[in-house]
Design a protein around this ligand. Sequence first.
Ligand code: GDP
Ligand code: MG
Ligand code: MG
Length: 258
Amino acid sequence: SETATVKVALAGCPNVGKTSLFNALTGTKQYVANWPGVTVEKKEGSFTHRGYRINLVDLPGTYSLGYSSIDEKIARDYILKGDADLVVVVADSVNPEQSLYLLLEILEMEKKVILVLTAIDEARKLGIKIDRYELQKHLGVPVVFTSAVTGEGIEKLKDRIVEYHEENDVFHRIVIKYEEKVESKISQIESVLRGKKIGVNPRYFALKYLSGDPEFYNEGVKLGLPELSEEERIAYRLLISKKKREYIESIVKEAYSN
Ligand code: GDP
Ligand code: MG
Ligand code: MG
């Protein structure tokens, strides 16, 4: 019989342990190519688990998913438009904040996400305690602790990938609420976009347009959204990223102790 395939994208900031995790999951079953049209390395690998063939794509390490580098553009386009069934966001257990920021951005794309806190061995060594349930509750995604050094959590992660893939629904999606000034703009934009073919969810489009992200801003103006001054776009961008950072800060405060 034919084996069902699950396509998983690995995202995370540089140096959080993404490649080590990729290696722990795939062993020697790896293939290296380039992303189409650019010389950025594309690493793919696979493993089988509970009757599924899992294909992993190691995305370039990025701090966010804006438009400011070729790496960000590759990672973002793949998550938005590629064929991944789910995204595994890899964070360093000791310093998770920046990867959690990335995770919030990917949740706004309405993707199925699993959070992996890796190098959990290091966190333990430092006496850091992390409440996994607290993280799951406030992020709305399954959370798995792993170590590429001890092998802890690797089989559990494989289980979670298969289980989450088999679920029809995304976990229990959290939606970051921005301040009223931003939310009312989002509503206006969503109503202009209603019925138009934009290829992504309207809320995500609205946030990117307001932030002045070139791809979505230019597309938005073409679709009839008003032009915004440079100052307005910067102000929205700051409000939006500040809210995400505050949210992460409060979650980490709740979930981390020593
Ligand atoms: P990437 O840049 O995200 O692909 O990260 P790498 O996989 O290259 O790892 C960055 C550094 O973290 C390397 O020095 C790894 O040896 C180390 N590292 C990765 N995973 C773990 C882990 O689970 N435990 C510990 N202690 N170190 C790790
Ligand atoms: Mg690296
Ligand atoms: Mg790497």
